[in-house]
Design a binder for this molecule. Structure first.
Ligand code: ATP
Ligand code: MN
Length: 332
């Protein structure tokens, strides 16, 4: 699910920040955000910009972010974590639409994208039969916690590389893709994995695998790998339109000699029923380093052991929690 980068939301809560005269701490959905004092009372509507909003140059309300390149990033102000930006609805000059309305286009906001894809490598569109890889941030969709409650689930490490999808159609050659495009065969890391794992013969027709490519030259290579490798996080059967459940996904990867993303926890039975599904608990689990390194990990991804549809997300139940230490100290 695409997140609503800029939307109308309620201010749930406002509290003072000790020693600060001009700013306050507010809560919007699952996000803590620092606001100007006097801008909001609890229950007020606001325009909420999620982190990675790239504000338009030239709008008076965006001017204060000029020194930061107009990008909304995680920050710490007077010791308080601030994630996002809440502005009064008066910036809309016009009617305020209902809570939940996406106003990104109306305000001319785009998403900050660190690495524009290289047009020379593109062979065509992403295959329509396979869902693109994406994970929603828990803080923007707290409703998923209720949907997971009581079910067996697992937690994987979120790797900070680049997304790759390999799809073997029922007929015709393998399609290898980056996050959004099918790529031409060539010396790119996406296609190198095709040779390394013989994906064109190993994948059963109709199946797609999706994983994170990590290695030298990809992001910061926080795993410290000597050569590029693929860490699978999803297997999709396009004939049924379903993702494999955890056990089948693990077995599939083992059978075909593929690595998976690190599985940090598998929580079942009584432990799953008693598990405290709170934002605070997940923020704790998101902390730490990549196993065997000193690099802070980017976060975690949480899914039920048996695939479930999420009414909140309008798709598979799966979400990510980003490590706030990573956002503050390591994010580009
Ligand atoms: P946002 O939508 O929050 O702005 P984004 O769309 O840029 O962020 P990411 O923050 O990179 O996406 O999170 C989703 C991506 O995480 C997936 O596309 C996938 O490539 C990657 N990923 C890395 N590790 C995992 C994992 N363990 N499970 C699932 N996805 C993972
Ligand atoms: Mn996304």
């Amino acid at each position: 699910m695409e997140r609503k980068l800029v939307s109308i939301q309620h201010i749930d809560h406002v509290e003072p920040i000790p020693g600060a005269d001009n700013i306050q701490k507010a809560r919007v959905m699952g996000w803590d955000v620092v606001v100007s004092k006097g801008d909001f009372a609890p229950g007020d509507a606001c325009v909420f910009f999620e982190i990675d909003s790239q504000l338009p140059e030239g709008a008076p309300w965006a001017e204060f972010l000029r020194p930061r390149g107009f990008r909304v990033k995680t920050a710490r102000l007077r010791g308080v974590l601030s994630q996002g930006l809440a502005l009064p609805t008066s910036i809309l000059d016009g009617d305020t639409p209902p809570v939940g309305t996406d106003v990104r286009e109306r305000l001319g906001v785009v998403k900050f994208e660190p690495t524009p894809s290289d047009a020379r490598d593109v062979a065509g569109p992403f295959p329509g039969a396979v869902p693109k890889t994406d994970e929603i941030r828990l803080q923007s969709m707290l409703g998923v916690l209720e949907e997971l409650r009581g079910h067996d689930f697992f937690v994987t490490t979120k790797l900070d590389g680049s997304s790759a999808t390999y799809f073997r159609p029922l007929e015709g050659p393998l399609v290898a893709c980056s996050r959004n495009w099918a790529l031409k065969p060539g010396p790119n890391p996406v296609w190198r994995m095709v040779e390394r794992y013989a994906l064109d013969t190993v994948l059963p027709p109709g199946f797609a695998i999706q994983g994170e490519l990590c290695g030298p030259g990809i992001q910061k290579n926080r795993l410290g790998l000597g050569e590029t490798d693929l860490f699978v996080f999803s297997v999709h059967d396009t004939r049924t339109g379903r993702f494999l459940d955890h056990a089948d996904f693990i077995a599939f990867c083992a059978r075909h000699g593929l690595r998976t993303v690190p599985v940090e926890h598998v929580v079942t039975g009584e432990a799953a029923r008693a598990f405290p599904h709170t934002l605070a608990r997940y923020l704790e689990l998101a902390q730490g380093v990549y196993a065997g390194t000193r690099s802070r990990k980017e976060g975690i991804v949480i899914r039920p052991l048996v695939e479930r549809h999420s009414p909140t997300l309008g798709g598979r139940l799966s979400f990510k929690v980003i490590n706030n230490d990573f956002l503050l100290k390591d994010e580009d």
